[in-house]
Design a protein around this ligand. Structure first.
Ligand code: PMP
Length: 387
C-alpha cells in the first residue's frame, strides 16, 4: 500500500503574493465580459494530488463544476444547442419561445439559466428519483418543472418523450406566435460538438498534448464522444486510451466490452430493464444514444464502478484534496485510478469533475453518512482498485 507522505510545503508568502493576478496589469483583463455566457468554458485542469501520489501516475481532472452558469459541463452543451437553434431560426429571443428538455437535472439547470439570459422560458421534464436540489434550483431559476415517475424509454411518459411531446404541442397551438423548441440533448449533434470544439481542445492545450488516457462516464455520451473525437481525429493522438467509466446497473460497459448491452447469461427480465440501478446521477444508461454512437468506435475500454466505490472515493477526495463533488465525478475518479494502474508508472490520466457535492446533499452525501463512511479508512478501496 502507499503512503501520502509529508504534507505539501506551503509556498513562500512573498513569492505567492507576487504571482497573484494583479488587477489592471493586463488591459485585456479590464474588458467587461459580455453576459453570463462568458463564464462558460476554459475551466482549469487540476491535478488530484492524493490520487497521483497513491498511483504513481499523474491524475488530472477538468474542473467542469466551475462553468459559471449551471456549474457543470452542461453549460457548454446548453449554450451550443441554443445558439444553433437561434442560427436556424427555431428560437427567437423575446418572442415568448419556450425551451423544452428532458434531463436528469444538469442540462435543465444550464438551459433554464441561459433561457433567462437570452429571452426564453424553460420547461424541464425530469425523473422524480433525482436529488431535490436540482428541481428546487430549476424552480428558482424560473423554469416550469415536471417531475415524473421513472418509466422506460419506450413509454410515452418517459421524461424525454414527455418533453418532446410538450414542445410539439406548444409548436402546434400557440396563438401568440411563440414557438416551442425541444433541445434534445441525447440526440442533438450540438451536444458532442460542444466538447469537440471546446472541452477536447482545452484538454489538449492544458496537457501540452501529453496525456495517456481520457476517462469519463456517459449520460448522453456527449462528453466522451466529443473529447474522444477531438483527441483521436483532430489532434491525431491515436494512442490516447479512451476509457468509459460506467456505474453499476448501466448497460454501456457490456456494450463496449462485449458488443451487447447485457451479457447473454443475464435473465430476460433484466434485459428489458431500462433504468440504471445505481444511486449515481447523470451517468449510466441502458440505451445507445446518438451522442454515444458518435464516439463509440473510439472508446478503447470500459470499467465498472460500484456505488460503494463511488461513495468511498467521494469521501477520500474531500479528506485529502478538499474536493467536494457529486456522484458522477466520483465514479470518474475511481475509473481514473483503475485506468492509471493499468498503465506504466508516470502515465498521465485525464478525467472530469462534473459537478459539486452541494447538488447532491440530500441523496448521495446523505447515503455516505448513512453508510457510516465518514470515518472509514479508505485503504480497502485502494486495494480493491489494484493500488
Ligand atoms: N455528470 C453529471 C452530473 C451529468 O448530469 C451528466 C449528464 N447527464 C454527466 C456527468 C454526463 O455527461 P454526458 O451527458 O456528456 O455523457
Amino acid at each position: 500500500f502507499f503512503s501520502l507522505g509529508p504534507p505539501l510545503e506551503l509556498e513562500d508568502h512573498e513569492d505567492h503574493k507576487s504571482r497573484l493576478p494583479s488587477p489592471g496589469h493586463d488591459p485585456q483583463e479590464q474588458q467587461p465580459a459580455e453576459g453570463i455566457e462568458s463564464c462558460i468554458g476554459n475551466t482549469p485542469l487540476i491535478e488530484i494530488r492524493s490520487l497521483s501520489k497513491a498511483t504513481g501516475r499523474t491524475i488530472l481532472a477538468k474542473a467542469e463544476f466551475l462553468n459559471g452558469v449551471g456549474n457543470s459541463p452542461k453549460d457548454r452543451v446548453a449554450l451550443n444547442m441554443i445558439r444553433e437553434a437561434e442560427r436556424n431560426g427555431l428560437l427567437v429571443p423575446h418572442r415568448g419561445d419556450t425551451i423544452y428538455e428532458g434531463t436528469v437535472g444538469s442540462t435543465g439547470i444550464s438551459l433554464a439559466a441561459l433561457a433567462r439570459a437570452r429571452g426564453y422560458k424553460a420547461h424541464i421534464c425530469m425523473p422524480d428519483d433525482q436529488a431535490l436540489e436540482k428541481s428546487d434550483l430549476l424552480h428558482h431559476l424560473g423554469a416550469t418543472v415536471e417531475r415524473v415517475a421513472v418509466a422506460p424509454i419506450t413509454s410515452p411518459d418517459h421524461f424525454v418523450n414527455l418533453a418532446r411531446r410538450r414542445a410539439y404541442d406548444h409548436a402546434g397551438n400557440a396563438a401568440d406566435g411563440s414557438r416551442g423548441f425541444f433541445a434534445n440533448q441525447f440526440e442533438s449533434e450540438a451536444n458532442w460538438h460542444a466538447h469537440l470544439t471546446a472541452t477536447g481542445p482545452e484538454i489538449w492545450k492544458q496537457t501540452g498534448g501529453h496525456l495517456d488516457a481520457f476517462v469519463a462516464g456517459a449520460g448522453t455520451g456527449g462528453t466522451i464522444s466529443g473529447v474522444a473525437r477531438y483527441l483521436k481525429m483532430e489532434a491525431n493522438a491515436g494512442a490516447v486510451r479512451i476509457v468509459l467509466a460506467d456505474p453499476q446497473g448501466s448497460g454501456l460497459y457490456n456494450k463496449i466490452k462485449h458488443g451487447v448491452m447485457y451479457s447473454p447469461t443475464e435473465r430476460e427480465g433484466t434485459r428489458r430493464r431500462q433504468q440504471v440501478d445505481s444511486m449515481v446521477e447523470g451517468i449510466g444508461i441502458n440505451r445507445i444514444t446518438d451522442n454515444f454512437e458518435a464516439g463509440r468506435d473510439l472508446i478503447d475500454d470500459a470499467v465498472k464502478v460500484t456505488d460503494g466505490q463511488a461513495c468511498r472515493m467521494a469521501r477520500w477526495l474531500v479528506e485529502n484534496d478538499g474536493i467536494f463533488v457529486g456522484s458522477s465525478s466520483s465514479v470518474n475518479c475511481v475509473a481514473a485510478v483503475m485506468t492509471a494502474m493499468s498503465l506504466p508508472e508516470g502515465s498521465r490520466v485525464v478525467t472530469i469533475l462534473c459537478d459539486s457535492g452541494t447538488r447532491h446533499l440530500s441523496k448521495f452525501w446523505k447515503r455516505i453518512k448513512e453508510m457510516g463512511l465518514e470515518d472509514e479508512d479508505a485503504t480497502n478501496l485502494f486495494v480493491e482498485l489494484g493500488v
